[in-house]
Design a protein around this ligand. Sequence first.
Ligand code: F6P
Length: 548
Amino acid sequence: MTEHSRTPAWNALEQHQRELSSLHLRDLFARDPGRFERFSLHAGPLFLDYSKNRITDETLALLLALAQEARLPEWIDRLFRGERVNDTEHRAALHMALRQQGDTPVLLDGKDVIPGVRQVLSHMRRFSESVRSGEWRGYTGQPITDVVNIGIGGSDLGPAMVVSALDADCGPLRVHFVSNVDGADLAGTLRALDPAQTLFVVASKTFTTQETLLNARSARDWFLAQARDPKHVARHFVAVSTQRDEVVRFGIDPSNMFEFWDWVGGRYSLWSAIGLPIALAIGMDRFDALLAGAGEMDEHFRRSPLPQNMPVLLGLIGVWYANFFGAQTHAILPYDQGMHRFVSHIQQVVMESSGKSVTRDGRPVDHATGTVVWGGPGTNGQHAYFQLLHQGTVLVPADFLAPMESRTPLGEHHRVLLSNFLAQPEALMRGKTAAEARAELERAGLSGEALERLLPHRCFPGNRPSNSLLFQKLDPRTLGALIALYEHKTFVQSVLWDINAFDQWGVELGKQLARDLLAELSGAPERAPHDASTRGLLDYVRRHLQNG
Ligand code: F6P
């Protein structure tokens, strides 16, 4: 399906949007007492309330018809069966195999991938346990106290997010993440570390990523400045990659390499050996629980009928706003400080997957794809950007997430946090009418011109949609399910938009140009002519470059 605007369901949704756009969510709730019960569901450890959306039963029926038109059930099946759904790279997208519970074979080209997955998991267990227990010793015979993961994008964001979310009870190791090629990242991290007690995990699917390799080389220099003998590198550097030859070329012993496979996309790789820093931080049992939570969501996604399928519903509702209301962004607002890095990870999952403007068969899309994902932890955002959500002119659909139980209980903090988590979606949905605002101002003693002047500023339009996702506690199983939920939601949307969710060619051009510009910064002649702006900037940088 490419010409969406011509399909019956798409046309019907456009027509339906025109009818529904004048309806206020307040009215939808007032006329439908069963709305919350009907528009909410459980999946594993998650409970989703999607009743505060600008939808009716008819909207859902039409969106489900759109999903059928796009042959979503068939695509879900193709994904799980290991078909090469990433057809521009001729690869399957089988990250679900990494977290599959049970030994049901997952075939790729007739070969079961599960034994290989389990082998790497055992290697991760042996290694992480020996480092955590102190059995693994550095070159001076001392145990490891600090782990530095060097990676970027999918080789950084997911593991860093999970570690910061689940590491509250502080394991035996401090786990750090270095990603930016800005030397401040590496230097700042290493400043307080002792090379004799530091282990580096160099994580790169391709093992060609410029930033990661440069950071890894600088880390090795730092290490050897003290350790001297290159043979000590083996006790302090391990690699996670799909590219054994590149790892060897870099100088890491292949027995210190943790393998994964090209059917694991970078942004879907935290479930693979890329999760090694997670296992080092929280222990392999809890890493297994993370996998199990994601596996549970996979089963839900694969087996549940579309109307009771959480990733499908979230995907459809997202399409409803993106394509029929023109919403260009989507906010994710976890009311859990531990999830402060959650949005950055999901942002990569969504924006690298959905930032496409041609269909699977290469024709320009005739509809919007993707949304800008942004957000951050509540309540902080309430005192920063929520003003625009409440009274701005753009529609920002939002997901509110919260645990019922705090992992760090402190007086009445959690109750206050949850009261805010409940209040914001309600405020966005209800708004404040002119009559309500007037009554409030009168109660405050205002009248006449003073009141009239303030009145427009004190009204809130409301009718702003949100989903609420609740869970008991941010434990590994729940976090696994949450991440998998957003992964699958992203896949659902890619099917509806007829785009490939698993490639990312758009990041290549900048990398190519940066390679040329690096040479040109060192005096090489222009490889290809630059525009006047880039040439001007290049000249400026050349004249002013310091310490480079
Ligand atoms: O440049 C984008 C990207 O390829 C991401 O898709 C990926 O997660 C990241 O770079 C890191 O890639 P690698 O793991 O190969 O170093």
